[in-house]
Design a protein around this ligand. Structure first.
Ligand code: HEM
Length: 202
């Protein structure tokens, strides 16, 4: 089992500086887990919205209630009724017409699904771990009929770019994860520049 993306790339490419083939990209399994884990902790779209076409019956109302923060409910003014609906005993239905915010970033950090949820751990995406989780507990590309049309392309693109950089440079963080302040509008970003140090491998 690889525990470093560099080690994996060395095995795939040796000393060659050829361009990656599709076969190489498929073999970048550890790098893929790192990208998946990065998108778990820092999903590019940290929340998405939907307008309900029909009543939504909450299967696990208690859990869902904790995810719908009061501030999110107030921001979407049509949903001021939503928190009441979810909290009132016996009413586990969000009515058709409500706009609902799906807080992807909060779902990705639920401790019942990800032990030590704020820690970067690519092993969260080992095949066995993925198998035992509900598929909707990891939704960086959303899910269902309006999910991201380019999720496979995005993964390939990320692997090509990151592997190209890693093969030429050793990358070290200067900004530490604990010092990152997040903000979001549509997409997630850091309030300050994220500094890394690149050292040529040649
Ligand atoms: C890591 C990279 C990416 C992430 C995390 C991502 C994430 C998402 C998410 C969460 C949605 C659903 C938005 C919603 O439901 O409101 C979405 C939709 C979409 N994405 Fe991506 N995306 C990525 C890269 C890309 C790229 C590279 C393209 C195009 C080349 C793309 C094209 C689209 C399109 C066209 C939709 C709308 C699909 C629809 O509404 O039917 N995405 N993406």
């Amino acid at each position: 089992m690889k525990d470093s993306a560099w080690q994996e790339l060395e095995e795939i490419f040796g000393h060659s500086d050829r361009e990656p083939t599709l076969h190489d990209l498929r073999n970048m399994k550890y790098l893929e887990r790192c990208i998946q884990e990065s998108l778990r902790l820092f999903p590019s779209a940290p929340a998405i919205g939907r307008k309900l076409q029909e009543d939504l019956h909450l299967v696990h109302p208690t859990k869902i209630r904790t995810l719908i923060s009061p501030s999110s409910a107030i921001e979407l003014n049509t949903t001021s009724a939503l928190a009441n609906y979810a909290t009132e005993a016996g009413k586990n239905i969000i009515p058709a017409g409500c706009e609902v915010l799906i807080p992807i970033i909060a779902v990705h950090r639920l401790k019942e699904h990800y032990p030590n949820p704020n820690k970067f751990n690519p092993d969260n995406f080992l095949p066995d771990r993925v198998q035992e989780r509900h598929p909707y507990v990891y939704i960086p590309f959303s899910a269902g009929p309006r999910n991201c049309v380019a999720q496979k392309f995005a993964m390939i693109e990320s692997k090509v770019i990151i592997s190209t950089v890693l093969r030429q440079f050793r990358v070290e963080p200067i900004t530490q994860m604990r010092d990152i302040n997040l903000t979001w509008n549509v997409t997630l970003r850091s309030t300050k520049p994220l500094i890394i140090k690149l050292t040529s491998r040649k």
